[in-house]
Ligand binder design. Structure first.
Ligand code: NAG
Ligand code: NAG
Ligand code: NAG
Ligand code: NAG
Ligand code: NAG
Ligand code: NAG
Ligand code: NAG
Ligand code: NAG
Length: 739
């Protein structure tokens, strides 16, 4: 389970029983708080006061020695995080927080060694806050003691009268009343005595989205029914860790006060622990080791690269309620296509892409293929129906399978070279794996390393042609903004793509995606986001922009000025700590077996150098660590191989706030976009004047002319920092030039 999901399930549990009675704490008798919770749970009351929840969590013992060695082992995994050094000193222009992850861990370790934490929960909150402060959706940790989640039953929305006027915060219920024409509601002016907007922004500062406007949107319920059809949980209503207050006192602009109590619920199912010690044993004690030590295989199916952070529901979903009747949809609503009767939208097709999660646990093997077929089919139907324009709505898209992002790109711009350039941290923790892979002799072992992406001889540069002459050509380390890094390699070697499993319409790998001409002019395509667009979603958008496709961003903080359309992590690959753990287990076995067979892969001196950098596997951790992840690859553009795209500011072409009507009608939301961009009616709260497309894609009719040859990808050009944002666009354009 990914960390994000476990937090959300706490939230879902709360939401599901939100209307159930909340038990009051008996403050008179000092019964063990955890025992009170267990008793309530046994009696069928899953919700209790936040005071009781916090008291139980704070009764979990703190074990100083275990916590210190936990930090020591976790630190080795953290060495895979690609941005450690840059976060200490983010480049100018980037909106990144300044965070010293390694220094912060060392402080936590010192406090743990000095036994300064009162409970495991205090320690875990400190650790979680440090990791979350990087705002990197790929960097996460799910501490063992977060066994109780917190929440409230009220959501907030941020609404503007017309999409352009400065928005105000309302409760979701009031927002719905406004949408139905009831004007006797009042905005929320203060929360706990502080300006409501500032309070919400402050609460959002530990969310896993890099952009502050995207984080603000995450706190709200501006799109109450998500693109996949389920109710979305607003951040304001849900907290994985105690938010520091036991109630939110709302002061409405009309002077009315309302106090909303924080409530709590178990996140671990049936809560039976009656003391803090029992709870430690239940959730923090190491799990007994599993006994499947026979023939370890490395995870990562086939030859596709995944940027996956979300488990999808295996069940086929009905079409999203409140949305128009779909013209085409895939079984999981990952892609749904609509036509609308609204005047503003009569020439416009709308494709919603709720995620790119088309592979992984619980998802049928053919979903990557199916997604591509359905998306292609919708585009074909839209063109046939005379829809001359299209909105691709990726609101709240957390990413997923990279191949599906590339598939969708190749439906709009067939047979164009896809540029990708990534670097990995080159430190003993990562080098150990690459070195072992290179020195292995056994074909099955080599195939395992290759499949997991660690075989240097199998890697390719961004030109998709050149490999690496030697291991050190790849491993360096090269100093890149102080990060000891590998050389640039492409994320995917498209040569190995499988046209059946994962159709991408380039290099003849399109299979069912057999279009030859762009179905739409770039100026007739709009990508709509709410900033909550991460990983594969960012890859998709950044490959569409250079053709002249425009991005509209919805919502964000109530302030004038631009907003980024891509507010989530732009890192090119996540690694789950559980995956890294099995990679270490496999690799140490390979090394040990070779030594046992008297054919050692390393000298003992070489091994000594690695010794302190090889962590315990997760099941050997002194304190349980069930899930966590790191951003493994930084992504780069061809003209800037120094600044990861993580740290490059990219304003959307147009920004539109949410309106009351858009709260109850997605068509009103899309209509505002169509009017603002194609209606000639203004309508953007902030507008970036149209720039010429950086890459000219010949639309329809004339057969595709072959343009001049490309510059060698990866070629360095120096540039001033002022030109970095534009540099990204140019760079992507360069990489995308058709061949
Ligand atoms: C003030 O505003 C709140 C929030 O919309 C509303 O519930 C309440 O009825 C209003 N009070 C008065 C006196 O209008
Ligand atoms: C909320 O209001 C109550 C009553 O005035 C007060 O006792 C409490 O401290 C307030 N809570 C916060 C978090 O400000
Ligand atoms: C929870 O655990 C208790 C004690 O083990 C058991 O009696 C009860 O049936 C369980 N409840 C559920 C819903 O599983
Ligand atoms: C190491 O050797 C053991 C015993 O022969 C074998 O079971 C295991 O699969 C080997 N591990 C690897 C990674 O080759
Ligand atoms: C992956 O690519 C290799 C080529 O290196 C090929 O031999 C193998 O069959 C591919 N595996 C899958 C599952 O497509
Ligand atoms: C591609 O995938 C299909 C379906 O999984 C498989 O049958 C086929 O052998 C694969 N092709 C290659 C070249 O690996
Ligand atoms: C795309 O290009 C590849 C080779 O570059 C070629 O084999 C394939 O036929 C082309 N596909 C289309 C649809 O033009
Ligand atoms: C593309 O494939 C579809 C069905 O898979 C087929 O009907 C169509 O003729 C193909 N188009 C081209 C240009 O090959």
């Amino acid at each position: 389970m990914s960390p994000r999901i476990s937090r959300l399930s706490a939230v879902a549990a709360l939401a599901a029983v939100a209307s159930a009675a909340t038990a009051s704490v008996s403050t008179s008798k000092p019964a063990e708080p955890c025992a009170q919770i267990a008793k309530l749970a046994a009696g069928g009351t899953p919700i209790f006061s936040s005071q009781l929840g916090l008291a139980c969590l704070e009764s979990i013992p703190f074990k100083s020695d275990l916590a210190v060695s936990f930090i020591d082992e976790y630190s080795k995994y953290l060495q895979w995080q690609s941005t450690i050094e840059i976060l200490r000193n983010p480049p100018p222009g980037s909106l990144s927080a300044t965070v010293d992850l390694v220094g912060g861990l060392s402080t936590i370790r010192s406090r743990a060694a000095a036994n300064l934490y009162k409970s495991q929960y205090d320690f875990d909150r400190d650790l979680s806050q440090l990791i979350s402060s990087a705002n990197d959706g790929h960097l996460a940790i799910s501490p063992c003691s977060f066994a109780i989640g917190f929440g409230i039953t009220t959501s907030l929305v941020s609404l503007s009268t017309d999409g352009v006027a400065m928005p105000r915060l309302y409760t979701l219920n009031d927002g719905r009343l406004l949408a139905r024409g009831n004007n006797h509601v009042s905005p929320v002016a203060l929360i706990n005595g502080v300006g409501a907007e500032a309070y919400v922004e402050q609460l959002s500062s530990f969310q896993g989205l890099q952009d502050p406007d995207a984080r603000y949107n995450l706190m709200l319920s501006n799109v109450p029914i998500g693109l996949a059809g389920s109710e979305t949980n607003s951040g304001f209503a849900n907290y994985g860790a105690f938010p520091g207050v036991h109630e939110f006192n709302l002061t409405y602009a009309n002077g009315t006060l309302e106090s909303i109590p924080l409530i709590a619920a178990s996140t671990i199912g049936n809560f039976t622990s009656t003391t803090g010690d029992e709870l430690w044993d239940a959730v923090c004690a190491p799990l007994p080791a599993t006994t499947d030590s026979s023939s370890k295989k490395l995870k990562r199916g086939g030859n596709t690269t995944k940027v996956s952070k979300r488990q999808a529901d295996a069940k086929e979903l009905p079409a999203p309620s409140g949305y128009p009747k779909p013209v085409v949809k895939d079984p999981f609503n990952v892609m749904v296509g609509y036509f609308s009767e609204e005047t503003s939208l009569k020439d416009v097709a709308i494709m919603t892409v709720s995620s790119f999660e088309t592979s992984g646990e619980g998802i049928p093997d053919d979903e990557t293929r199916n997604f591509a077929i359905q998306a292609q089919s919708f585009v074909n139907k839209a063109v046939a129906a005379g829809k001359s324009k299209i909105i691709v709505d990726v609101t709240n898209n957390p990413g997923g399978t990279v191949d599906s992002g590339f598939a969708l790109l190749s439906i709009f711009f067939p047979n164009m070279t896809i540029f990708s350039a990534t670097r990995i941290r080159s430190v003993p923790e990562t080098q150990f794996i690459f070195d072992t892979a290179s020195r292995s002799k056994d074909p099955e072992t080599i195939e395992n390393f290759r499949g997991a992406g660690f075989l240097i001889s199998n890697l390719v540069q961004p030109d998709q042609k050149t490999g690496f002459d030697s291991d050190s050509d790849f491993l360096g380390p090269f100093d890149v903004l102080d990060v000891p890094s590998t050389a640039i390699s492409a994320e995917n070697n498209f040569l190995f793509g499988n046209a059946t499993d994962a159709p991408i319409n380039i290099f003849g790998k399109g299979g069912v995606l057999n279009g030859t001409e762009p179905p739409y002019n770039p100026e007739d395509i709009i990508i709509l986001t709410d900033g909550q667009c991460s990983s594969t979603c960012t890859i998709f958008i950044n490959h569409m922009i250079p053709y002249g496709v425009r991005v509209v961003a919805n919502g964000g903080r109530p302030q004038a000025g631009p907003m980024q359309g891509i507010g989530g992590v732009k890192g090119a690959q996540v690694q789950e700590l559980s995956t890294l753990s099995s990679i270490y287990e496999f690799t140490t076995q390979v090394v040990q077996n070779a030594t046992d067979a008297k054919k050692p892969l390393f000298t003992s001196k070489e091994l000594d150098a690695f010794k302190d950098h090889i962590p315990l596997t997760l099941d050997q951790f002194p304190i349980r660590l069930t899930s966590g992840s790191v951003n493994y690859r930084n992504a780069f553009a061809p003209f800037d191989d120094q600044t990861p795209t993580h740290f490059i500011y990219q304003p959307a072409d147009c920004r539109i706030f949410y309106t009351p009507a858009s709260l109850i009608s997605p068509e009103a939301k899309w209509g505002n976009v169509a009017d603002a961009i194609w209606g000639g009616k203004g309508g953007c709260a902030f507008f970036v004047p149209a720039r010429p497309p950086l890459l000219f894609a010949e639309p329809s009719s004339t057969s595709s002319s072959k343009p001049a040859s490309t510059t060698a990808a990866g070629k360095k050009k120096t540039q001033s920092s002022a030109h970095k944002a534009v540099g990204l666009l140019l760079a992507m354009a360069e990489g995308l030039k058709p061949q």
